[in-house]
Ligand binder design. Structure first.
Ligand SMILES: *Cc1c(COP(=O)(O)O)cnc(C)c1O
Length: 458
């Protein structure tokens, strides 16, 4: 008998999570004004709100925490991390930041100005935010298959080279300061970019003399997909594939809260000294001195260890398998989910779920609330509430498909937890026609409203 796959770790420390009753949850969600961001974590049984900063550190990372060097300047934890980044990604120049968006803020301050065009593959929302904040424009050049829910394309995060070349031709290096490749791309829960595509983008960028930066939050998960799905690289190790992904890039921004497997942290890696010097000034202004950039010494120490652990193929297999397991289980229950299943999350199609309910009543939010009421599981709405209002007309924007995202934290939950989530969603699915009405906004902020808005039951 072939032995099944099993996690390459065991559990040393556990944290109790609270179960609750339907009556309690009904009260709590009402007090939270039907916004799951307003729930206390103690009111949540299984928390799939995000995979960002929510992973479990290893014993070696905790040991590194105690070894952290808290010196303001010249911290040995800084040099360890800098060396690790050079070894893994090949970047000579390194700046720590307190998280991913801070890396964007610092680097973009040095690169992007008003009126610029920044092509890429479905830029992450903070990335887009930092581009638009500078009155520049992010142009999404992702392949069309990315938004085709019936397509099983293995690399739905790929950049469409024709779309990209059109933008490069039209605006040139005068208007385009940088091309950003997001790996994995956040569409449908972490769709990978192929190495062939990354290489082709580098080639095009070279022709037009435009730098390429990789938004690398989930670089290791992307590398694992390359090994699995790109025939040419099946015999390469994960570190070898990562080297190839970054070989021709001019730099990277990193949210270490994802594939750094730490609770807070980020950094910038660069090849060009002049750009590094420019970014350094902004790092000192916004983040802190260049030897810590918003991170404690112990955080840098834990991150250096995490960056090594995330490259372990056995770890990556356990990670991607678990996300896939939940996705396949939902599919087997007939629940509509986005396919193929991505690296860090499963997206449930709320539009299909509640097509009998008026679109103005926020279908994906209904689904998020119903799942919470059913089970204490917290997911997040990726629908009209997140899409916000059109900045000009102030009308609600409705994405073609509204979704509930179930993001899986790294090394935190077991397969039993996944079974629990799937069963809860199945129950919500079976009684979907009992739900007749949704929600109405009673309070919202002018921008990024989803975090703080308040709703009323219709
Ligand atoms: C999370 C993330 C960011 C932003 O990083 P934070 O650490 O949340 O500030 C940027 N890009 C991608 C692809 C991300 O996943």
């Amino acid at each position: 008998m072939k032995l099944p796959f099993a996690e390459p770790y065991k559990i040393k420390s556990v944290e109790t999570v609270q179960k609750s009753t339907l009556k309690q949850r009904t009260q709590w969600i009402k007090e939270a004004k039907y916004n799951l961001f307003n729930l206390k974590s103690s009111s949540v049984f299984i928390d799939l709100l995000t995979d960002s900063g929510t992973g479990a550190m290893s014993n070696n990372q905790w040991a590194a925490i105690m070894q952290g060097d808290e010196s303001y300047a010249g911290s040995s934890s800084f040099f360890e991390l800098k060396d690790r980044v050079k070894k893994i990604f090949g970047f000579e120049y390194f700046l720590p930041t307190h998280q991913g968006r801070a890396a964007e803020n610092v680097l973009f301050s040095a690169m992007i100005k008003e009126g610029d065009i920044v092509p890429g593959n479905a830029h992450f929302d903070t990335t887009k935010g930092h581009i638009e904040f500078r009155k520049a424009t992010a142009v999404d050049c992702t392949i069309d298959e990315a938004s085709d829910t019936s397509s099983l394309h293995p690399f739905k995060g790929n950049i469409d080279l024709k779309k990209l070349e059109k933008v490069l031709k039209e605006y040139g290096k005068e208007k385009i300061p940088v091309i950003i490749i997001t790996a994995t791309c956040n569409t449908a829960g972490g769709q990978p970019v192929s190495l062939e595509n990354i290489t082709a983008v580098h080639k095009l960028a070279w022709d037009y003399e435009i730098p390429v930066i990789i938004d690398a939050a989930r670089f290791a998960e992307n590398a694992y997909f390359i090994k699995q799905r790109e025939e040419k690289y099946k015999d390469f190790s994960i570190p070898e594939i990562v080297k190839k992904m970054f070989f021709n890039s001019d730099g990277m921004t990193m949210s270490a809260k994802k594939d750094g497997i730490v609770n807070i942290g980020g950094f910038i890696g660069l090849r060009n000294e002049e750009l590094y010097r420019k970014a350094t000034t902004f790092n000192i202004m916004f983040e802190g001195f260049i030897n810590y950039g918003g991170m404690a010494g112990r955080d840098m120490a834990a991150l250096a260890v995490g960056l090594n652990e995330v490259l372990d193929e056995q770890y990556l297999e356990s990670r991607i398998r678990q996300v896939d397991y939940l996705g396949q289980k939902l599919i087997s229950y007939g629940i509509p989910v986005q396919q193929p299943i991505g690296g860090h999350a499963v997206f449930v199609d709320a539009t299909e779920f509640y097509k009998h309910i008026d679109i103005n009543e926020f279908r994906a939010q209904i689904l998020a609330i119903e799942l919470y009421l059913e089970s204490g599981v917290r997911g997040v709405e990726i629908g009209a509430l997140l899409a916000d209002r059109d900045p000009i007309s102030r009308k609600n924007r409705f994405p073609k498909v509204e979704m509930l995202r179930l993001a899986i934290p790294r090394r935190v939950y077991t397969y039993n937890h996944m079974d629990y989530v799937a069963a809860a969603l199945k129950n919500v699915f079976d009684r979907r026609h009992d739900i007749k009405n949704g929600y109405q906004i009673i309070q919202e902020a002018p921008i990024m409203r989803h975090f703080t808005l308040e709703l009323r039951k219709i």
